[in-house]
Design a protein around this ligand. Sequence first.
Ligand code: FAD
Length: 400
Amino acid sequence: MPLILFQLFCARLGLQTLVLEKASDLRAGGAALTIWRNAWRALDVLGVGEELRNQYYLLAGSHVVSLQGKVIHQLSFGNCSRGGLNEVRAIERSALLEALAKPLPAGTIRFKSKVVNVRKGTKKTYNEVELEDGTIIASKVLVGCDGVRSEVAKSLGVKEPSFVGQCAIRGVADYPAGHDYGSMLLQFLGRGSRAGVVPISSTKVYWFVCFKSSSAVVRKVEPEVLKQEALEHLKSWCKKNLEEFSSLIENSPNHTVTRSALRHRWSLPLVSPSLAADGITLAGDALHPITPNLGQGGCLALEDGVILARELYNAVFARKSMNAEDMDTNIKCALDAYAKQRWYRFFPLTVKSFFIGFLSMLELWPVIYARDSFGVKVALQPDRFLKHTLYDCGELPIPS
Ligand SMILES: Cc1cc2nc3c(=O)[nH]c(=O)nc-3n(C[C@H](O)[C@H](O)[C@H](O)COP(=O)(O)OP(=O)(O)OC[C@H]3O[C@@H](n4cnc5c(N)ncnc54)[C@H](O)[C@@H]3O)c2cc1C
């Protein structure tokens, strides 16, 4: 996703770029993503915000609902004192990918191209990427956007993200005749589980159930089994909450239902390997695997695309004359600057998201009581809770 965004900018500059994708087409599954103000900014910078905005609901706010079905906290996205309206919409993942890929020149995305190895190339090419079919591709700049299990991250010596002991099942319910969920994001806090309902459009509603799990192994399981598993985790909830979810789950076409193990990585400066070296860097989940409790993984990935494009443009393409050596130095500086900027952005969010996940999975009744009585109100105070969405990734230079 961030790479496609980056490519869009490169296409505008007339630069030769290539996206290597192991799948045979753009991934249609993956349910939906909640896109917050900070990511709308990134989408607008590339001119694809408006097209998506027109298809998806503007969410008015969020209700936090207890196990007993009581609304324990309300949050309005419209009246944040800082930054004004907080634009929040859930959008289908497939629509996001399509909107980003559509303006790219034909052939920019090369499907069925699984990267199996990354190695140092000659002085001229920096690095070489080996594909599953044996093809070798040389590149000056390699950006690994290959998700949580990134091959490119491995080549930098970055360790695999760790499983946080939680899994999530997600789906998108279809109501061809319309639904009556309105435009509020509903968050249900349970005991060892949490769930959410996010209206996407007049006919679609995204839902998710997160729960504790001892195993990160995600086997290929039939969607019907996943639906049952999701309901199983909600069975101690009050009748009203359970009925609400049963209907959503029943109305979800099988292809929209997926299960994921939740992972994150705490990259620490001086301790963890560098996130940029030898013309290689990372973006998206490969750079910052984060638990989904803030709904920010994809949003951060979109910011990455804009910032990386700007750093490279300013360091390399905006300069009029440059010899090969200067070019190497400038690329190195640009990638280092990008990795550093992004660390300051994603690290605090990785920590915040983990703690929100921890609080929402509590199991001891007295602690749950304290959380639901006053903890939620303190933690979800809008100006504090939504502060990270004020982040502005900035503009992209206009190529001359
Ligand atoms: C339960 C859950 C809920 C979430 N909710 C939200 C939300 O509401 N809002 C939000 O912003 N984020 C959310 N996220 C996070 C979001 O899904 C990710 O941050 C986002 O998908 C990251 O995009 P990416 O392109 O970096 O990685 P991915 O989406 O994982 O894409 C990686 C791509 O690389 C390809 N690839 C992988 N390996 C190779 C290889 N070796 N060679 C070639 N290609 C390869 C894959 O096929 C894939 O197309 C959620 C995540 C989960 C698990």
